[in-house]
Design a protein. Structure first.
Length: 175
């Protein structure tokens, strides 16, 4: 099984990916972790892209993160399931705030800087990006699950094991 997890910054992509990986005993790749160092300086694409290609060669995987240039089209085509986490700004902001405190003990610096806050609140929610989410939901509607509220995700995880998280068609709404 191959699973792609996309969504707004702070929406819980890494948490969901780790949860599914643990339940299904699958390898997981967090694109943020290979694209940025602990001081949030970018790692050269010549180093990152081969890692993504190698990871995708496996029979099973979970990959979370946007990064169109890191084989997004191939990830979506190969994925058996696609999760789009499109949660409200306030939910994403408070999740990112909580995450920044927990990452400090792991050596991360500048996790919640002004640039990231602007990106979290506005940049990753641009009309262009939302249009792309809508296109993904439509093009891959048979294997895409759109999550717009934390309670929706919690219900899915609490009432079913992760092996029973079904992709379902969700009516697209304007974000």
């Amino acid at each position: 099984m191959k699973i792609a997890v996309l969504g707004y910054a702070g929406s819980g992509k890494t948490w969901l990916s780790d949860y599914i990986a643990k339940k299904r005993k699958m390898p997981v790749l967090h694109l943020d972790e290979i694209k940025w160092d602990k001081e949030w300086k970018p790692i050269d694409d010549s180093v990152v892209l081969p890692q993504v290609k190698e990871f995708m060669a496996q029979d099973d995987w979970i990959i979370d993160g946007w990064y169109e240039y890191l084989l997004m089209d191939e990830r979506l085509e190969q994925a058996d399931k696609i999760y789009l986490l499109l949660l409200p700004r306030s939910t994403c902001f408070f999740s990112a705030l909580k995450r920044s405190f927990s990452r400090r003990k792991d050596g991360y610096k500048n996790d919640l800087n002004l640039w990231f806050i602007k990106f979290l609140l506005f940049g990753c929610r641009s009309k262009e990006r939302n249009k792309k989410y809508a296109e993904i939901a439509e093009k891959y509607k048979g294997k895409t699950c759109v999550i717009t509220r934390r309670a929706q995700l919690n219900r899915r995880l609490n009432h079913r094991t992760c092996t029973h998280l079904h992709a379902r068609r969700t009516k697209w709404r304007t974000l």
